[in-house]
Design a binder for this molecule. Structure first.
Ligand code: CUA
Length: 254
C-alpha cells in the first residue's frame, strides 16, 4: 500500500476513535442523554403541576397571549421537574434563568425539557419570543424552597391578557373611568373593585347578583337598573356586543 493511503487511513481512524471517546465522555462524564422522540403526555389546554413523587414533578405549561399557566411553581430543593410546553395561539418562548430550559411554545406541538432544581432560590421564567402587544407581561417564577431554606413567596399578580386587556383599554377610552373607580371609592357611579359576583342593592330595593347579563344591560341600557344611592346619570354609549364582552372580561378581573 502506498504510504499516503496508510496516512489517510490512520488519520480517519484517529477521528473515529476521537468521536467515540467524546461520545463516551458526554454519556458518562456529562450525563447527557438523547431525549426520547415520543412523549406519552396527551395534548393539553390547561396548565397543571402534577406531583409524581416527592422529588419528581410534571408541569404542563400553557403559553397564550399573554400569560403562562401556571404562573408560579413551587418545589423543594432536589426536585426534578419535567416541563411539557405548548401554546394555545401563536409561537411563544419559554426560558427559565439559571437552567438549561429554553424551549419554544408552538401551537399543536408539545416540547419537553427536564431540570433538577438543587439550589434554593427564585428562578424567573419569561417568554423570549416576541408575540405581540402583551409580550412583556409573559413572565412567572419557579420557587425552590423548603426544609432549611424557607423563601418567602410573593403572590404573582396575573397580568391581563387577551379580551380583558382589550376591555381595560375600552374602559379607559370610552370614558367609563371618569365616573367609575376601579379601586374602592365610589365616584359619580359605583366603584368596580370586586364588582363581579357581588350582591348589589338597586334603587327599587331589589337585590341583584352582578353577572354578565347585568353588566351587559347596565352598559347598553344604563338607566334600566340604578344602584341604590346613585343617580341615573350615565349616558348611553355607542358600544358593540363585542366591546361589551371585552369590558365585562376586564371588570371580572377587578
Ligand atoms: Cu409570548 Cu412573547
Amino acid at each position: 500500500m502506498e504510504s499516503i493511503e496508510k496516512k489517510v487511513i490512520l488519520i480517519a481512524s484517529l477521528f473515529v476513535l476521537g468521536m467515540a471517546v467524546l461520545l463516551a465522555y458526554s454519556i458518562f462524564g456529562l450525563n447527557i442523554r438523547l431525549p426520547g422522540c415520543v412523549t406519552t403526555v396527551q395534548p393539553f389546554t390547561k396548565g397543571e403541576v402534577i406531583k409524581k413523587t416527592d422529588t419528581l414533578y410534571e408541569v404542563h405549561m400553557v403559553a397564550k397571549m399573554w400569560a403562562f399557566e401556571p404562573l408560579q411553581i413551587q418545589v423543594k430543593p432536589g426536585t426534578t421537574v419535567d416541563f411539557y410546553l405548548t401554546s394555545l395561539d401563536v409561537n411563544h418562548g419559554f426560558d427559565i434563568e439559571k437552567t438549561n430550559i429554553n424551549l419554544m411554545a408552538v401551537p399543536g406541538v408539545i416540547n419537553y425539557g427536564r431540570f433538577t432544581f438543587n439550589e434554593p432560590g427564585v428562578y424567573h421564567f419569561v417568554c423570549h419570543e416576541f408575540c405581540g402587544f402583551g409580550h412583556q407581561n409573559m413572565a412567572g417564577t419557579v420557587v425552590v424552597s423548603g426544609g432549611e431554606s424557607e423563601i418567602p413567596v410573593e403572590p404573582v399578580k396575573v397580568p391581563l391578557a387577551g379580551l380583558a386587556l382589550d376591555g381595560k383599554k375600552l374602559f379607559e377610552t370610552k370614558g367609563c373611568v371618569a365616573c367609575h373607580s376601579v379601586e374602592g371609592n365610589p365616584g359619580v357611579g359605583p366603584a368596580f373593585k370586586g364588582l363581579f359576583g357581588r350582591k348589589e342593592k338597586m334603587s327599587t330595593g331589589l337585590v341583584i347578583n352582578v353577572d354578565e347579563a347585568y353588566i351587559a344591560e347596565s352598559i347598553k341600557e344604563p338607566s334600566a337598573k340604578i344602584v341604590n344611592g346613585f343617580q341615573p346619570l350615565m349616558p348611553k354609549l355607542p358600544v358593540t356586543d363585542d366591546e361589551v364582552k371585552r369590558i365585562t372580561e376586564y371588570l371580572k378581573t377587578l
